[in-house]
Design a protein around this ligand. Structure first.
Ligand code: KIV
Ligand code: ZN
Length: 528
């Protein structure tokens, strides 16, 4: 069996634009447990109180999976990871240190021997806290092979039980990456003899992360590091669902490499991660994209009707894709809606479900067909309401060709007080946003603005998603309405409400450029 090491909550959360608070991280971790992953990397404890808390809470709550905390080869990082894992059911400390020539010379400015010493000392230090220690030579795929062998031997001698060889910058190609694993195994027979796990960790800069991971498996890797939806730094990490489904769908070729993942939970997990991170999944994404099982060509549709396998290599039910995307009409019952809400990756209590149901009925009255995306939008909006400090009372806007747009916005705060402001702007949305900033007093930078129709047809709802930043804190917001300006206002307001209510994430963990000392971490390190 191949171990699946999920790093959605650590490397995945390093994706630009992904922000998760503690509650959201815990919700995803619980679902990863249901999905059946073997290891969950829950955070990088030294980087922020939020990451510390995530590792602490998740590692104590979950009993089956191993829960890992990341750490540089820096004593206080390791101690902090050890502290976060105190009382954990199945703790792991994952220490890493760069080893490639370019990182040694330009980033660390250390000789290789010094790095080996650091790795040895760090693994021993981590072993004082836990028995399960993973060591990663960062930029391993660009490290001289014999150096890789030497540092791997040193880490194992110091007590590492898993050695992860990352393709940190997504530079490797399958034959070469596979060869690294074969080479290290051949030179170090203790790996197989003593049951040391070799692990792959691939980034997708050349679109080869999954292919490289599979090449590693064929050459002896028994752990694969990956993320849901392939989210992660830059072009992302290897996608969990693609690795799992490749090994399963092509069991004829890859036997005996299978994983313990419950594939029917993949779709739900994917939706949950997308909804909570705000990172949408591209339509044509393998396995879980909207088009992954859509057949447009007549010849294909005909073939599918005669025998599904003519054009489908996987059964969508195996991945947990709901049987039809056309959910419900106004006669659908509460039970059917509850099931769909759960299939879409949401956990809601009865009271919220009732509100979802009421809104669903109201929408079904206006719109003939209600799709998955409509249901998602309703739930998202309701969940967002929990953090509603300011809500929209009304807005009015005038705009036109060669006219300066003017908006009048009225908001109500949580004490019931209303505030009203008028503002000019470069277009109606800019005018509304300026008015909102004046009322709330929160100055933010709009970093990204996207709009799309949630479903097809003239009666489609418009969705706007925004990313804003405020004092180094980045958040997203979504708004939905059949009126696109109202959707834009709601999205902005939801992001501003989030800034005020988020219970964590004081620092975005941007760490890969500084592993030679905690003081050089970009951002502020929040001590407990
Ligand atoms: O890409 C990388 O090298 C990493 C390490 C911390 C394993 O994420
Ligand atoms: Zn990585």
């Amino acid at each position: 069996m191949i171990r699946i090491f999920d790093t959605t909550l650590r490397d995945g959360e390093q994706s630009p634009g992904a922000t998760l608070n503690l509650t959201e991280k815990i919700e995803i971790a619980r679902q990863l447990d249901v999905l059946g992953v073997d290891v969950i990397e829950a955070g990088f404890p030294i980087t922020s109180q939020g990451d510390f808390d995530a590792v602490y809470r998740i590692s104590r709550e979950l009993e089956r999976p191993i829960v890992a905390g990341l750490s540089r080869c820096v004593p206080r990082d390791i101690d902090r990871a050890g502290e976060a894992l105190q009382g954990a059911n199945r703790p792991r400390i994952h220490v890493f240190c760069a080893t490639s020539k370019i990182h040694r010379e330009h980033k660390l400015r250390k000789a290789f021997d010094e790095i080996v010493k650091l790795a040895r000392e760090s693994v021993s230090r981590a072993r004082q806290f836990v028995d399960d220690v993973e060591f990663s030579p960062e930029d391993g795929s660009r490290t001289e092979l014999d150096y890789l062998v030497e540092i791997t031997a040193a880490a194992i001698e110091a007590g590492a039980t898993t050695i992860n060889i990352p393709d940190t910058v997504g530079y490797a190609v399958p034959e070469q990456y596979g060869h690294i694993f074969a080479y290290v195994r051949e030179k170090l027979p203790q790996i197989d003899r003593d049951g040391i796990y070799l692990s792959s960790h691939c980034h997708n800069d050349l679109g080869l992360a999954v292919a490289n991971s599979i090449a590693a498996v064929q050459n002896g890797a028994r752990q694969v590091e990956c993320t849901i939806n392939g989210i992660g730094e830059r072009a992302g990490n290897a996608s969990l669902e693609e690795i799992v489904m490749t090994l399963r769908t092509r069991a004829d070729f890859y036997q005996p490499y299978d994983t313990g993942v419950v594939s029917r939970e993949i779709f739900k997990t994917s939706r949950m991660v997308s909804n909570l991170t705000g990172l949408s999944v591209q339509r044509n994404k393998a396995i879980i994209g909207e088009n992954a099982f859509a057949h447009e060509a007549g010849i294909h549709q005909d073939g599918i009707m005669k025998k599904r396998e003519t054009y489908e290599i996987m059964d969508p039910r195996e991945i947990g894709v709901p049987e039809s995307k056309l959910v419900l009409g106004k006669h659908s019952g509460r039970h059917a809606l509850a099931k769909r809400v759960s299939d879409l990756g949401y956990t809601v209590d009865d009271a919220t479900l009732q509100q979802v149901y009421d809104r669903f009925k109201a929408l079904a009255d206006k719109k003939k067909d209600v799709y998955d995306e409509d249901v998602e939008a309703i739930v998202d909006q309701l969940l967002d309401q929990d953090r509603q400090l300011w809500e929209l009372v009304k807005f009015n806007v005038t705009a036109g060709t060669n006219e300066t747009a003017v908006a009048l916005v009225e908001l109500r705060d949580s004490t019931g007080q209303t505030g009203k402001q008028a503002a000019y702007g470069d277009g109606p949305i800019d005018a509304c946003y300026t008015a909102i900033q004046l009322i709330t007093g929160v100055q933010v930078l709009l970093e990204d603005y996207q709009t799309r129709a949630v479903t097809g047809g003239k009666d489609a709802q418009g969705e706007v998603s925004v990313h804003i930043s405020h004092g180094g804190h980045k958040v997203r917001g979504r708004g939905l309405s059949t009126d696109v300006i109202e959707a834009a206002v709601l999205a902005y307001l939801s992001a501003i409400n989030r800034i005020k209510t988020d219970d964590m994430k004081t620092v975005q963990a941007t760490t890969m450029d500084s592993d030679d000392g905690a003081d050089s971490l970009s951002g502020q390190v929040v001590q407990p």
